[in-house]
Design a binder for this molecule. Sequence first.
Ligand code: CO
Length: 131
Amino acid sequence: MTNTLSHIAIAVDDIDKAKSFFELLTQNKSSETHLIEKQKVNAAFIAIGDTTIELLDPYGQDTPISNFLSKRGGGIHHLCIKTDRFDEMVEKLKSTGIRSLGDSSIGAKGKRVIFFHPKDTFHVLIELEEH
Ligand code: CO
């Protein structure tokens, strides 16, 4: 089994400013900002090494990211770990009592993803992604 860091997602309230900063920091060009309708976000991706920083700007009111921004002002929203043994990992995590937030669904990249409850994962929302 190989598990690696897929991406770090950061909630932002000004995606253009955030893109400029992370482009400077990583010395990489960001993707175009695009709407992910299902998640109600405008997203942009910036590669760094083998991983990606994912900038998430809320699209509309009362969405998971807009609620996160009003509660916390922004910051790291979740870490995503990718695994080549998705079902096995879900089983392993759940068998230790870690609760998922709903069932797995198809993420932005067309792969299965599932989120785990931050109360069970040291207050960091964890996304597991099939690789
Ligand atoms: Co993610």
